[in-house]
Design a protein around this ligand. Sequence first.
Ligand code: SAM
Length: 272
Amino acid sequence: MNIKNVLKEKNFTFKKSLGQNFLTDEVLLGGVVEKAGVTNDVSVLEIGVGAGTLTSEIAKRAKKVLGFEVDKNLKPVLDKTLSEFSNVTIDFRDVMKVSMQEIEELAGEEYMLVANLPYYITTPIIMRFIEDAKNCKAIVVTIQKEVAERIVAKEKTSDYGSITVSINAVADTEIIEYIGREKFYPSPNVDSAVVKITLNPDKYYIKDIVKFRNLIKNSFLMRRKTLVNNLMKGYNLSRLDAEELLNKLKVPLNARGEELSVKEFIDLAELI
Ligand code: SAM
């Protein structure tokens, strides 16, 4: 099916403010869905179905798809592009206004989140599923390349930061595909990558997750400052007390947040 023709036929006008840059290459999308590990026993949640191009490739391979799309003007387009599938349900609501409990009730069972995310809510959506979802097994999302690289970054690199530590403490991460800007319609001014985040709650033992998240937030408060300075500010500590924590961890006193491994942050959270 020629998606560009369907969009024209239904008089669809793109809204940049909703991050409407669609992927139309079926071969590329099919490959992404396969690499994501979608098989006929997997239920999928898709956020931002757009014209339904990714949805179709998921529907061909998955048990079922629950899709959210905020733009009701896409309904006539989707009625046409998804007409052959009986395993797809589209919910025309802003996913940010639907509680996690309701999303998971609608999904009905364990599921995988697969999406080409609207760029303006990429991080909030990923963090929401990392922190609040109970039945989400994996998150496979097409996002701005730079954000994907931050998610999979190794310590002691400039890409490593709070998002890296927060996600890799509870999940395994990898980039499974790079997608150039020219593959999108219309083309955005950034390249993208597909990151696969496999939830792995047994990866580390984290005694108090709230305390751990708070430490990550405080440790990267000011990126140019040392960890000692960030801990002093975040926890209202004296320099001596902050240095004592790092001594116990055997971390150099001039270290910055990006020098600590995920495991060292977990150990540090227990000391605070
Ligand atoms: N999945 C399609 C594809 O790959 O071509 C479309 C992806 S496009 C980058 C993002 C889609 O998310 C748009 O269709 C947009 O209308 C929708 N969207 C944006 N904000 C949303 C929200 N808060 N809730 C649900 N959908 C949203």
